[in-house]
Write a protein that binds this ligand. Sequence first.
Ligand SMILES: *[C@@H]1O[C@H](CO)[C@@H](O)[C@H](O)[C@H]1NC(C)=O
Ligand SMILES: *[C@@H]1O[C@H](CO)[C@@H](O)[C@H](O)[C@H]1NC(C)=O
Length: 526
Amino acid sequence: MARTRSLRDVVLVLVGALCMHIATSFFGMFQPEFFSGDIIVNTQVNHHEAAAAAPPPPQELNAGTPQDVVTVDTSVAAVDDFAETTVESHAPGWTVFKNLYMSNGTLFVVSSRPSSEFPDIRLITSTGLPAENTPENIAARMPTAKDLDFLTPAEARERWGASLENLETHRNRVYPVHGNTFLFNDPQQFLDHYYHFCAELLLGAWAMWQGTFNAKVDPANAEVTTAPPVTRAIFVHADANGWRDRPGFNSYFLRAAFPDLTVEVQSDWQDRIAASAAGGAHARAWRFDTVLLADRSAAFRGVICGTQVHRTAGEAFHHMRNLGALARWWWEPVRRAVLRFADVPGATIALGTRAAERVERGLAVPGPDDTVVITYVNRQGVRRHLIDEDHDALVAALEQLCAARGWEFNNAKAELLTKEEQLALVAKTTVLLGVHGNGLTHLIMMSPTPVSTVIELFFPGGFAHDYEWTARALGHKHFAVWNDTYHTYPNLPWVDYPEGFQGTRIPVHAPTVVQIIEERIAGRLP
Ligand SMILES: *[C@@H]1O[C@H](CO)[C@@H](O)[C@H](O)[C@H]1NC(C)=O
Ligand SMILES: *[C@@H]1O[C@H](CO)[C@@H](O)[C@H](O)[C@H]1NC(C)=O
């Protein structure tokens, strides 16, 4: 269709688009998918931008071929005069910028305000080196001006502006990267793992992004958020396989939640560095419209992540929660997009919002028609696991409990199930139970209800916050079981990995687990 348009049509559209850009300085709005209504996440215009300018009719948006769009970008570069960088939101390890520049591998804040008015760069970024717990390595991850630096607009113009003698024929050498970018500065070490990628990095990024734009999610239509769409993810330190986990959940999840997001990896970032590495008359910079910069080392320099929950996402989540900027159903757009992609029935996907409706009407949860589903993540076939006899006794006790109550019991070995089977199972699960391990990461796909529960079996004395904090942040109650006792927030043990934590002789007293489940479903452990 676009090909049959006359050049004049195209030019008119481009001129219109350019004017709108100058008016709103938010070019991301013009992505056709913004208005197409056929994607799952992010179909609505954010209210700030919506107030700034009415969208042009959708058919005009389809007029441009990709080449036309490039034409617009170049002319925008010519008219932009070093748009100043602003920090839209910040928590340790999570910063949302507008107009962030990058040249030769250094991120630049261009501002007429003093750098002291910006957050400490140690709380924004790091050198991105793999983390080890040694003083040398901690020092080596401290950022310097090579990682993030500050320029005044005059200094930026000196580096990347057209020289005065050539003003007629030359343009500023700043190249806009339009749309919204997630810039992940984490080492590969924490990317190729389902928990760290989906339940920590993406979850934290999503909390930060939703909060920054004060996004609204309507429980009746919780696929949709008013936050702007994410155009691209850049993995600065990971190669093409570096952000993919072995079972393949990371890529499945990313593609399902963000069907039109583009991925750039380390070699692409190196291209951008190399192409901007020249000095003197050819010095150039990229200018990113809107960037969420995530940095794991910087998050660990924050109090919440560094000393309390040890989850980078904790910094983003608690910052936004404390500001009152995080909608109650903030995670639903991602969770639902992934479950829809996995063909999970709509009624199952909506269990959480239906339960909330019942609560509002003063009705009990679970209701008489709700099936209670207990899912035990069986790790006996993999490294860290229960004493065999304790496992057998636990399964027998859970079978007996569920038979007596009319509940559904699943003894699930993830390695024997397809991704769709795993997601369908966890989406309907009321109580997810298992030994501490990556199998519990699926809790991010459970429906939050007044009885949704995660029971994590630890070697007695051992504890880690991974699933505890994540469950709690997403609205599930978590129990850390030590054989015949348990802990739950706010009475949590210290983090510890005693001898036996990773072993194959983890004890569990089945009646203790059965009792937690019974009391929880009966509403006696709210
Ligand atoms: C670009 O970065 C490299 C590596 O840090 C450095 O050696 C080089 O001098 C830089 N080029 C310019 C023009 O600053
Ligand atoms: C687990 O608890 C049961 C019941 O109290 C007890 O009999 C058993 O010895 C405990 N096992 C371990 C390893 O502590």
